[in-house]
Ligand binder design. Structure first.
Ligand code: HEC
Length: 181
């Protein structure tokens, strides 16, 4: 170890107060137990082997080709709509707005970091099937909608269909229809 390195090391020791353990491993010259083949605290966990299926069951990725064929298993009951409203308020309202008009705070702020947030209740836009809305919630990117983030890792299970039902009820309301809500 050169003189400068030694001086640097001493400085490090001084800086670390009386805790040499926190410093020694930073100098490659010492062999410490920290340098071994193990997973360090907070290290990125090892990725699962390809094809691994979680014990809770696997999930096929959504795709534009298959989205329309997905059947909505959740009836539009008050319970489903209440839950959907909560999911919508938590994840969607910031961009799409309370009534789905594309006027949420994030979309409006100075042109927004997310300009181009569409209205979900504009009858002039092409109608989307329940499955397509579901697939947009799960992974908009895979649906070819690069501007919307994916929510499949945040919204799970029946919550996804409940929010689809809630979007439908927003559309009914916008048309002045008499939906369940
Ligand atoms: C960060 C802002 C943002 C959030 C949050 C967001 N979206 Fe979007 N959404 C967008 C943008 C932007 C688009 C247009 C995507 C594109 O065309 O690339 C879009 C498109 C859509 C569309 C397609 C509308 C159409 O007529 O083409 C649906 C349906 C939709 N979002 C539903 C939702 C739902 C449901 C949620 C909550 C789970 C949600 N979005 C959360 C920004 C957002």
């Amino acid at each position: 170890m050169g003189r400068r390195a030694l001086a640097g090391f001493v400085m490090l020791l001084l800086c670390a107060g009386c805790e040499p353990d926190a410093v020694v491993h930073k100098v490659g010259w010492f062999s410490t137990m920290r340098h071994q083949r193990n997973i360090k605290p907070y290290a990125r966990p090892i990725a699962p082997v390809e094809g691994t299926v979680p014990v809770t069951g696997g999930e096929l990725p959504v795709s534009r080709a298959t989205a329309d064929r997905l059947a909505n298993p959740r009836t539009r009951t008050a319970e489903s709509l209440n839950r959907g409203q909560w999911v919508y308020a938590t994840f969607c309202l910031v961009c799409h707005g309370e009534n789905g008009r594309g006027d949420g705070p994030v979309a409006l702020a100075g042109g927004g970091p997310f300009p181009g947030v569409p209205s979900l209740v504009d009858p002039a836009r092409p109608a989307l099937s329940d499955g397509a809305i579901y697939a947009l919630v799960v992974d908009a990117q895979r649906m070819g909608r690069g501007l919307m983030p994916r929510y499949g890792d945040k919204i799970h299970g029946t919550d996804r269909w409940d929010v689809v039902n809630y979007v439908r009820s927003l559309q009914l309301n916008a048309r002045g229809g008499t939906g369940p809500r």
